[in-house]
Ligand binder design. Structure first.
Ligand SMILES: Cc1cc2nc3c(=O)[nH]c(=O)nc-3n(C[C@H](O)[C@H](O)[C@H](O)COP(=O)(O)OP(=O)(O)OC[C@H]3O[C@@H](n4cnc5c(N)ncnc54)[C@H](O)[C@@H]3O)c2cc1C
Length: 506
């Protein structure tokens, strides 16, 4: 412990926000309203704001390396913001492009129907979880509920075994939403994942518009300190918190909002002194943290996407005028055809950037990797230089089995040879908490209590609040909307502890 006991009166309205991701920026936006009279300082460890909202233009036009979807539009503040500031979004409904285990594309109608049936079961699981959450045992898996439902549904099918096998493989996509293998996800808590109603929107113009808007609303109204990695958060008394960072910054504040990711909190509980109370440290340790990563592969031409209105190969790829020839989102089920590089038959799914509106379209296929598959892929590549032959060769070998299944693939054509690869490694990013976002693993207990405990924070006792997607109310955990809500809530609590109420239009 450093410094003598500071005068808490002098610092009462000095607020420190640790982390300049969406939650931190939203909190700063509210608290930096001059009429409230707070002095707001944001301390950010990276050399940029945005956290897990981040873009690169290394492959051509900007792409999102972190968040890229708006999950549900009803009551979603991010959907409203995107509309207000004119972000370009693409509505993605049911997936109807599914490559089966043997590498053949399912008939689109069958694919769509099965995909929708899978969602019906997932929604049933959420409803069941909601209404029976108290009695559902801790070790119950969402996957087992899904498979039991399949058993009974399959009875009316002409070939129950292949129906079960197909549906189960599609159902595994739940893992991508959780950033972890679906067999690790809890039934007791799956109700927390019931998202908002309305479309799933893909941010064609990327999340940059949202980030820029939030930055603009705080510009000149608060201090944003970059390259400032906070290492300790010390409560000298119930009213004064000292914050120290690796760049030598040390200051005392009347209130602190900690928005560092759950994965960071898991590894840095000793940053807090006195130690975190058991309720909070238990919440941090019990919630799960996923590992979703993205692999972008660029080609000279989008060979898989014939011109709109000109169906390629066969009827299977026929399109309507409103849709690209090859859809934006497709699934690859457990592959039997990539024994050398994927003997465990981990599934994957892709986004085709060539299907975006013209000004955002690019000849890029992006693969989602997560869970064991994600660890395997990033583990193989880590340590190699992105511009090296080895990096390219590893990613080529891993993903060739899939992109070679795209329509029109011709191994002799230069247009079918990748020109660039890019792999994210959130799992190796300490400021992202070595992962992607929060989930609810089997055996974790009642996760709603953990989020409640984190949302309550230690504001009353120690003037330390938590925000971030992991503290979101149900429906927002793991999302940008949840991060935004959580920043808003923490800011309102800080204001209200001074008897202030931020303007409702902020
Ligand atoms: C690959 C991927 C895909 C995703 N896809 C989607 C999606 O499509 N839709 C969606 O809604 N959500 C998605 N998410 C989740 C979404 O990005 C997050 O929920 C959201 O951005 C979290 O915001 P946050 O403010 O809670 O945390 P963060 O954005 O992580 O912000 C926390 C900040 O704290 C900083 N920090 C960390 N440690 C320190 C320290 N010691 N000192 C100072 N600062 C520190 C970090 O650098 C960071 O800027 C995705 C995430 C990933 C990784």
């Amino acid at each position: 412990m450093r410094n003598p006991l500071p005068n808490h009166q002098a610092h009462a309205k000095d607020v420190c926000i640790i982390g300049a991701g969406i939650s931190g920026l939203r909190a700063a936006h509210i608290l930096s309203d001059p009429s409230l009279g707070f002095n707001v300082t944001i301390l950010e460890a990276r050399d940029r704001p945005g956290g897990r909202v981040y873009q690169t233009a290394d492959l051509g036009l900007p792409v999102d390396l972190g968040a890229t979807w708006i999950h549900g539009t009803e009551g979603n503040p991010i959907a409203a913001l995107a509309k207000k500031i004119g972000c370009s979004t693409v509505s993605c409904g049911a997936v109807y492009s599914i490559c089966d285990a043997s590498g053949n594309w399912l008939d689109r109608q069958v694919a769509r129907q099965r995909y929708e049936e899978v969602w019906d079961i997932l929604e049933k699981a959420m409803e069941h979880s909601m209404s029976h959450r108290e009695s559902i045992p801790d070790n119950a898996k969402m996957m087992d509920f899904f498979c039991d439902e399949l058993e009974s549904k399959s009875k009316s099918q002409p070939d129950p075994d292949s129906y079960i096998s197909l549906m189960r493989q599609i159902g595994e996509m739940w893992g991508a939403f959780m950033g972890d293998d679906w067999q690790r996800q809890s039934l007791k808590n799956v109700w927390l994942e019931a998202g908002l109603e309305g479309d799933n929107l893909f941010m064609a113009s990327t999340y940059k518009g949202i980030l820029d808007f939030l930055l603009e609303t705080t510009r000149d109204k608060c201090t944003l300190r970059l390259n400032c990695e906070v290492t300790s958060i010390i409560s000298h008394s119930p009213d004064v918190v000292q914050v120290d960072s690796t760049d030598g910054f040390s200051a005392v504040f009347g209130q602190v909002i900690v928005t560092t990711p759950l994965g960071w909190l898991k590894r840095n509980h000793d940053a807090f002194y006195p130690p975190l109370p058991p309720k909070i440290s238990n919440a941090i340790q019990s919630l799960g943290y996923g590992n979703l990563d993205k692999v972008f592969i660029k080609f000279p031409q989008p060979f898989w996407n014939d011109k709109i209105g000109q169906p390629s190969m066969d009827d299977q790829y026929a399109n309507t005028a409103a849709e690209p020839a090859f859809p934006i989102e497709s699934l690859f089920l457990q592959p039997e055809y990539s024994q050398n590089t994927n003997p465990a038959k981990w599934r994957t799914e892709i986004i085709s950037y060539s299907g975006l509106p013209d000004q955002y379209a690019q000849p890029i296929i992006m693969f989602f990797v997560y869970g064991q598959w994600g660890r395997h892929v990033t583990g193989l590549v880590r340590g190699t230089k992105p511009d090296s032959e080895e990096y390219r060769r590893i990613l080529y070998d891993l993903f060739h089995p899939y992109f070679s299944k795209l329509p029109n693939y011709d191994p002799a054509s230069a247009n079918c040879q990748p020109s660039d690869f890019l792999l994210t490694d959130w799992q190796n990013d300490k400021f992202a908490g070595h992962g992607s976002f929060t989930n609810e693993p089997v055996g974790s207990g009642d996760c709603s209590q953990y989020s409640d405990a984190l949302r309550k924070g230690m504001g009353e006792e120690r003037k330390i609040w938590f925000a971030g997607e992991h503290t979101s109310p149900p429906g927002g955990v793991g999302t940008v909307a949840g991060a935004y809500w959580s920043g808003e809530e923490a800011a309102r609590k800080v204001a209200s502890s001074h008897g202030l109420r931020p303007s409702s239009s902020t």
